[in-house]
Design a protein around this ligand. Structure first.
Ligand SMILES: Cc1cc2nc3c(=O)[nH]c(=O)nc-3n(C[C@H](O)[C@H](O)[C@H](O)COP(=O)(O)OP(=O)(O)OC[C@H]3O[C@@H](n4cnc5c(N)ncnc54)[C@H](O)[C@@H]3O)c2cc1C
Length: 510
């Protein structure tokens, strides 16, 4: 994620019709990330930024697994990673381990970073495919440095000055969402963001249809030039006020509920998220320094809330620290994320279910795209429609990647899994799989969040194999390459074995 490409504005620039006042509605993860990116991007300008959070409406309170772009965001905000990790009880995440997805008893990994190295300009996957078709026993992700570390509960941050065979690993964080909100609130407050603990009871529009004012419960008002709607799933500004519709994607992603509970830690702290498929959905396990977050994502057509809570509770380790509660959601996205003088960020803009931990990424992406095209009070329609196109494309790419995790399953053991045999698959994903099945080729879309290696890992994990490897691979000195593969995989395990244990690494940071 290229945060470094953002130009921070300066008060030396004179902008006719420049926005003076931004109002962020919502103090959840989306609200605080939005305000932090705004204040950082508009540093030295005279803009006013307000955040409004209701004392009555709680945040969703989940959202604890991230992807590597979180580290880019910390760097952009000049937040020392060590301080952030300590104050949010964070742990490291190298991968997701998927259990029972392809079939009961089977598991696979989706690691961060590269898997193997390109050879003769062809993806490593193609060489591995030929090696495997010729009887090679090692799996594709045996060539991932992140997996070599994850399997041994080790952790390592690559140092660009000292390259090793683990250098192409990458990592993200698991953290406590409430502590992250607190951390970013402090970040924003100390940089001049004004905070209002107030419940919005009404919204006034001006004669152009723009949002003009928020009206609080105590009848006080707050005016602004531009509004960022981080009010959660209800979309108070984008949906309820501006009437922008929501495109429902339940025909592709029918899960609509989650039971969640926090428990005491028990056993070693794994440097990865676990995703375990169950009868009517899947369960996550996210380890933090001081506790574990657990959740069961399910489809309410097949499982009621009580049954879901029981299933979750009977599968957690460690004492319960909270009551088990249920959340409801609708997978999909807003028809437009930017309408008039309002930008929808976070759950107000859409939700794709938490399988690949992409929501916080989408918050950062929404703000990154926005600050790259900071509008005047009268935004150009081209800017707005290009923004909406980019966000729509992001959502579509991620949606396809998530659907892939389900649509290729061989499970038929419950009505829920049987349903997957007949569910619609987006055309874009069908085309991608069809092309892949010919010669294992992926036609990479540069704006797809997920890299080729991510797609290969999940395609392979879900048993989707091409009919043949790309014939171009035969032009390489294949035998030499193939005979070197086992020792390369062994060397990864050796190097990972010498790295610090995950807990030891965290201890050093503390
Ligand atoms: C089950 C589940 C698991 C998830 N797991 C992950 C994950 O692992 N990784 C990930 O990246 N994402 C995950 N997400 C998504 C993630 O939780 C959200 O993207 C993130 O928390 C942002 O939420 P939000 O700030 O948009 O909304 P919320 O947290 O709902 O915050 C809404 C804010 O708006 C305020 N508000 C609402 N109405 C008013 C009003 N009338 N007046 C004033 N203030 C108001 C509230 O007080 C609150 O502060 C998950 C989501 C769910 C449902």
């Amino acid at each position: 994620m290229n945060f470094s490409a953002i130009n921070t504005a300066s008060d030396k620039q004179t902008n006719h019709g420049a926005i003076q006042t931004y109002v962020v509605l919502g103090g959840g993860t989306a609200g605080w990330i939005s305000a932090a990116i705004l204040i950082r991007s508009l540093v030295n300008t005279k803009v006013n930024i307000h955040v409004v959070e209701s004392p009555h409406t709680p945040t969703v309170g989940v959202g604890e697994a991230t992807i590597p772009s979180i580290m880019d965001m910390l760097q952009y905000l000049n937040i020392p990673a060590q301080d952030f990790i300590n104050k949010t009880n964070a742990t490291f995440k190298l991968a997701i381990k998927f259990t029972d997805w392809y079939a009961k008893g089977a598991h696979y990994w989706h690691p961060f970073g590269y898997i193997g190295n390109e050879i003769d300009g062809k993806p490593f996957y193609q060489h591995w495919l030929k090696y495997q078709q010729q009887g090679g026993a090692l799996s594709f992700t045996d060539f991932s440095p992140a997996i070599a570390l994850a399997k041994q509960n080790k952790f390592f941050i690559p140092d660009p000055k000292q390259p090793t065979n683990l250098s192409s690993s990458s990592y993200a964080l698991h953290f406590d969402a409430a502590l992250v909100a607190k951390y970013l609130q402090h970040y924003c407050e100390t940089r001049g963001v004004k905070i209002h603990k107030a419940h919005v009871k009404d919204v006034k529009r001006d004669n152009t249809g723009n949002i003009g004012q928020l009206i609080f419960n105590d009848n006080k008002t707050l005016s602004g030039d531009f509004f960022i709607d981080c009010s959660g799933q209800q979309g108070l500004l984008i949906g309820k006020t501006l009437r922008v519709g929501y495109e429902n994607w339940q025909q592709y992603l029918p899960v609509d509920s989650a039971a969640v509970v926090q428990t005491e830690n028990s056993g070693a702290l794994p440097p990865y998220t676990e995703s375990i498929a169950h009868a009517h959905g899947w369960r996550w396990r996210i380890p933090l320094q001081n506790r574990t977050g657990n959740g069961y994502v399910y489809c309410s057509d097949f499982c009621d809330d009580n049954a879901a809570m029981r299933l979750l509770e009977s599968n957690v380790f460690g004492e319960k620290l909270t009551d088990t509660r249920c959340l409801k959601f609708t997978t999909g996205m807003r028809d437009k994320c930017w309408e008039k003088n309002c930008l929808a960020v976070g759950l107000s803009s859409g939700f794709l279910e938490p399988l690949e931990s992409t929501s916080i990424y989408l918050i950062m992406r929404a703000m990154l795209n926005f600050v790259q095209s900071i509008p005047t009070k009268d935004p150009s329609p081209f800017t707005v429609s290009e923004y909406n196109r980019l966000m729509r494309h992001e959502y579509h790419c991620i949606r396809d990647f998530i659907v892939l995790h389900y649509c290729a399953t061989t499970r038929k053991d419950t009505p829920y899994w049987q349903m997957w045999q007949s569910l619609s698959i987006p055309d874009s994903l069908q085309t991608k799989i069809a092309l892949f099945k010919e010669y294992g080729r992926l036609y990479q879309d540069k704006s797809d969040l997920f890299s080729q290696d991510s797609w290969y890992a999940v395609l392979e994990g879900m048993g989707v194999r091409p009919n043949a490897y790309d014939p171009v691979v035969d032009a390489s000195v294949a035998e030499k390459i193939h005979s070197a593969l086992p020792s390369a995989a062994e060397a990864l395990i050796d190097s990972a074995g010498k790295a610090l244990g995950h807990e030891e690494y965290l201890e050093r940071i503390r």
